[in-house]
Design a protein around this ligand. Structure first.
Ligand SMILES: *[C@@H]1O[C@H](CO)[C@@H](O)[C@H](O)[C@H]1NC(C)=O
Ligand SMILES: *[C@@H]1O[C@H](CO)[C@@H](O)[C@H](O)[C@H]1NC(C)=O
Ligand SMILES: *[C@@H]1O[C@H](CO)[C@@H](O)[C@H](O)[C@H]1NC(C)=O
Ligand SMILES: *[C@@H]1O[C@H](CO)[C@@H](O)[C@H](O)[C@H]1NC(C)=O
Ligand SMILES: *[C@@H]1O[C@H](CO)[C@@H](O)[C@H](O)[C@H]1NC(C)=O
Ligand SMILES: *[C@@H]1O[C@H](CO)[C@@H](O)[C@H](O)[C@H]1NC(C)=O
Ligand SMILES: *[C@@H]1O[C@H](CO)[C@@H](O)[C@H](O)[C@H]1NC(C)=O
Ligand SMILES: *[C@@H]1O[C@H](CO)[C@@H](O)[C@H](O)[C@H]1NC(C)=O
Ligand SMILES: *[C@@H]1O[C@H](CO)[C@@H](O)[C@H](O)[C@H]1NC(C)=O
Ligand SMILES: *[C@@H]1O[C@H](CO)[C@@H](O)[C@H](O)[C@H]1NC(C)=O
Ligand SMILES: *[C@@H]1O[C@H](CO)[C@@H](O)[C@H](O)[C@H]1NC(C)=O
Length: 412
């Protein structure tokens, strides 16, 4: 889930809204574990979703998102005893299991680790997975909570592995419950402490008028290629960063290529690259040919999900970016901005595209953006200036020399 914090609206205080990753529908899991005396020993309520990335037999990657957990069982969840700490064990779907274990110290208890297992033998969820079997990711968490306090975290927490992204929100948990009474004293997670309201801020930079936004890390470079009957017809590789402005506050989102799908099409005069992910319904790059000898990025059409069930959409078919001769590719390693509208812009990094005339699946020679060539361009300029200066110096010396010798002749 990606959330945006909006600037204060008159009379409404801070308004927050979120971009939901995938299904907006979600429901809470709840576990009230009791001991042999039927007194509550562990209480938990939370929501979670998983995004799994796996390799298929034809060497491509697929992404599945598990947000509707279906029927859930809690077999194996225990209050804990002298040997073992308390444990939450959840089973759902076909072969998913999720485990949290807790430990206790003198005056604190800890959520020690969270592990998640999935079975890629399930062909309906993981069709043509390369590696079949049960895979487990285990993440140490080490969240320390004072005894007899209940941990609350409404913000989204993310645990990220290479292949699995786990997200949790609306978390309420207390282990080692004393005397069977769940505490009313809440221990808030750091993210909830900083946001005045419940909504979380993740993956976004939240600039405010008084603070400068923290610099965002560079997005990972994704490689995209589209094929038609004649083989690869469009190539693109780029790191993409989306900048959405809502109520004068900009939110910056990096596109993770691992969890982004792409499609597209190629025609003689236009070519399309369409990306989508759990938060991006679609992001279209439409290329066109102009004057029969150059191509350019003509149109961007985007639609993103918002938490309140609505969708943010912007299109502009009158752009002119990434302009290069047909039969070549366009390259720009420096950060460049595609300004789609006043409220939506795309920052690109390490960009290379060729939407037409791709030969043998490879990029043709690149035409570089001016930002990249500035330095290379400065070197000849500097050399030229130095040479010019030298010529002037030589010329002046020559004139002085000539005058001296003339004076010499006259004096003779
Ligand atoms: C948990 O279950 C116990 C026993 O059934 C009940 O007394 C208690 O109110 C429940 N607690 C919550 C928070 O649901
Ligand atoms: C969980 O327990 C229920 C009944 O308590 C049982 O029917 C089910 O088979 C168990 N599931 C697993 C995965 O052990
Ligand atoms: C918690 O779970 C992990 C993985 O399941 C395990 O390695 C670790 O020993 C467990 N810790 C405790 C205290 O049970
Ligand atoms: C994406 O996948 C590649 C290969 O599986 C992996 O090396 C890389 O760390 C992943 N990146 C992210 C951001 O998950
Ligand atoms: C639990 O009960 C014991 C004895 O009845 C009492 O001393 C203790 O303070 C209680 N703890 C809490 C957290 O209510
Ligand atoms: C494949 O190339 C041929 C010759 O260049 C062209 O006539 C045909 O339309 C192309 N097919 C597709 C699907 O682009
Ligand atoms: C995002 O857009 C806003 C408004 O156009 C701009 O002020 C800000 O510098 C942009 N941030 C990034 C990281 O591009
Ligand atoms: C992209 O869209 C396709 C078709 O609409 C969908 O099957 C796929 O799950 C989407 N990909 C992601 C990463 O959400
Ligand atoms: C943007 O894409 C949507 C969905 O594909 C389409 O309905 C709409 O006409 C497009 N807008 C433009 C300006 O192309
Ligand atoms: C969702 O939030 C956006 C931004 O605040 C707003 O423009 C839109 O009208 C809202 N949609 C619904 C259905 O509430
Ligand atoms: C497209 O952009 C050009 C210059 O950027 C402008 O002159 C023209 O009016 C625009 N056309 C439309 C339909 O917006």
């Amino acid at each position: 889930m990606v959330c945006f914090r909006l600037s204060p609206v008159p009379g409404a205080g801070l308004v927050l809204f979120c971009l939901v990753l995938g299904a907006i529908r979600s429901y809470a899991l709840e576990l009230n574990l009791t001991n042999s005396e039927n007194a509550t020993c562990l209480y938990a309520k939370w929501q979670m979703k998983f995004t799994i990335h796996y390799e298929t037999t034809n060497k491509t990657y697929k992404t599945v998102t598990i947000s509707d957990l279906g029927t859930v069982t809690y077999n194996g969840s225990i209050c804990g005893d002298d040997q073992n700490g308390p444990k939450i064990e959840v089973q759902f779907g076909s072969g998913f299991s999720w485990t949290v274990n807790f430990t206790k110290e003198v005056s604190n208890y800890s959520i020690a680790s969270i592990s998640f297992s999935y079975n890629t033998r399930d062909n309906t969820i993981f069709p043509d997975a390369q590696d079949k079997g049960i895979l487990t990711v285990n993440n140490p968490v080490a969240i320390r909570i004072p005894l007899n306090e209940i941990f609350r975290c409404n913000s989204i927490s993310t645990l990220e592995d290479n292949d699995v992204v786990q997200k949790y929100w609306d978390v309420l948990v207390q282990a080692f419950v004393q005397n069977g009474t769940v505490s009313t004293k809440e221990f808030l997670c750091d993210k909830d402490k900083t946001s005045t309201t419940v909504a979380p801020i993740i993956h976004t930079v939240v600039p405010s008028p008084t603070t400068t936004p923290t610099p965002k890390e560079k997005p990972k470079v994704g490689t995209y290629s589209i094929s038609n009957g004649n083989g690869t017809c469009l190539l693109a590789s780029m790191g993409l960063q989306l900048n959405v402005t809502q109520d004068k506050v900009a939110s910056v989102i990096n596109i993770n290529p691992n969890s982004t799908d792409f499609t597209g099409s190629c025609h003689p005069q236009t070519a399309l690259l369409r990306l989508n992910s759990s938060i991006i319904k679609y992001l279209d790059f439409v290329f066109a040919v102009k004057n029969e000898n150059r191509f350019y990025l003509k149109e961007v059409n985007v639609s993103m999900y918002l938490v309140n069930g609505s969708v943010f959409s912007i299109a502009n078919n009158n752009l002119s970016y990434w302009d290069a001769p047909l039969g070549s590719s366009y390259m720009c390693n420096k950060e460049q901005t595609v300004s789609v509208s006043g409220t939506f812009q795309i920052n690109t990094f390490d960009l290379r595209v060729q939407p037409f005339n791709v030969m043998e699946g490879k990029y043709s020679t690149a035409e570089e953006c001016s930002a990249d060539t500035d330095l290379n361009f400065l070197i000849p300029v500097a050399v030229g200036v130095a040479l010019g200066f030298l010529i002037v110096v030589v010329f002046i010396s020559y004139m002085i020399g000539r005058r001296k010798s003339r004076t010499g002749y006259q004096s003779v």
